[in-house]
Design a protein around this ligand. Structure first.
Ligand code: LMR
Length: 355
């Protein structure tokens, strides 16, 4: 009898222990286990792909955007950044966005002109004489219409325009001072019909290679030169196999921030508001800091490289403008009279270009 009682007590203890340790844990009494699961279920991830280094206006701005969003949503929205084309190149990021493999990209406006030709307006030579004029275009009527166009035609959400800087030109053949100096040279450019026509008008050829293939193509001599902002030239060492730099400020390289539309529409309103607010703050930040970064990296280039730097004089610029003027007529039909009128109004205002 005592043996039975002992066995019974033993079994009962086993059942109680199993209930406490096993069933209760699975039913949610283990706070730690379920909290983590809960967080993972609730967390929204925005994957951002871009092609430049972290030490650039865009690289730093996207980092700032991440910090602002994660702080204001208390980590409920996480921003994952893939710089240097590490996830998608400039060629594949557009489709990746449309397929929601990434939720945000920040391509140069020139690259978007492949899908919405009006974005090529920013590439018109000497369209902007100052940073103020670029801001008027990005944050005024032109910017508003172009954000609407990409949404309507391509079904991606146009969020904001971000800033980098005016483009300059390097090559390893000769100083580029007059349009004739471009004759028979071969340049890497971003894709874009206006850019191509601009170089052809000066007697040069272009290849629109991916950004992260530029260095190696300069190295092997497939191309003689390239055009970019100082921060892109500096951070990717695009001066490495080049002898000459012309500070031409001939057109502005800026970005359009794009998001996957379905992803955006599916976000709770409170998160949309926090993301909007982070975007406004970041846009303001990159507008101011991109100027500083291009200026300071220009000083570094002058100090630390053997580049022969020529700053285009006003008289020389006039000759470039005359050679390239026909592009304005040629593209009036593509961009439409309204956008061109807005651009001419902005171009007539005053301001400081830099360098
Ligand atoms: C380029 O391809 O030269 C630029 O678009 C890179 C960038 O994103 O600034």
């Amino acid at each position: 009898m005592r043996t039975f009682l002992f066995i019974g007590f033993f079994i009962l203890t086993g059942i109680v222990t199993a209930y406490v340790v096993g069933f209760q844990t699975r039913d949610g009494f283990s706070a730690e286990y379920d909290d983590d699961q809960e967080k993972m279920r609730d967390q929204i991830v925005i994957k951002v792909s871009h092609v430049v280094s972290e030490n650039t206006p865009k690289g730093k701005a996207v980092r700032r955007f991440k910090d602002l969003v994660e702080e204001s949503t208390k980590g409920k929205v996480k921003v994952e950044i893939y710089p240097n084309g590490s996830l998608y190149s400039d060629i594949s990021e557009w489709d990746a966005l449309k397929n929601n493999n990434v939720q945000m990209i920040i391509p140069a406006t020139s690259k978007v002109s492949q899908y919405v030709p009006e974005y090529g307006l920013f590439d018109l030579p000497f369209a902007f004489n100052s940073y103020d004029q670029v801001q008027q275009a990005f944050e005024g009527e032109i910017g508003k219409r172009l954000l609407e166009k990409v949404e309507k035609r391509e079904g991606v959400k146009g969020v904001s325009f971000w800033y980098n800087g005016f483009k300059q030109i390097t090559n390893n053949e000769r100083p580029l001072i007059t349009p004739a100096d471009f004759n028979r040279l071969h340049f890497r450019t971003m894709p874009g019909e206006v850019i191509k026509d601009q170089y052809q008008a000066m007697g040069a050829a272009v290849s629109d290679l991916p950004f992260n293939k530029t260095y190696e193509n300069l190295e092997v001599g497939f191309i003689d030169g390239q055009e970019n902002t100082i921060t892109n030239i500096y951070s990717k060492k695009l001066y490495g196999h080049q002898s000459y730099l012309t500070v031409s400020n001939h057109s502005y390289l800026g970005y359009v921030v794009l998001m996957n539309e379905e992803f955006w529409d599916g976000l709770p309103e409170e998160y949309q508001e926090e993301i909007d607010s982070a975007m406004v703050q970041t846009t303001d930040w990159i507008r101011r800091h991109s100027i500083e970064m291009n200026d300071s990296q220009m000083r570094e280039l002058k100090r630390n490289t053997d580049l022969d730097v020529h700053i285009l004089l006003n008289g020389e610029k006039k000759e470039w403008k005359e050679t390239l003027a026909p592009l304005y007529e040629e593209y009036e039909n593509v961009f439409g009279k309204d956008l061109m009128r807005e651009l001419r109004e902005i171009n007539g205002s005053t301001g400081q270009q830099g360098f």
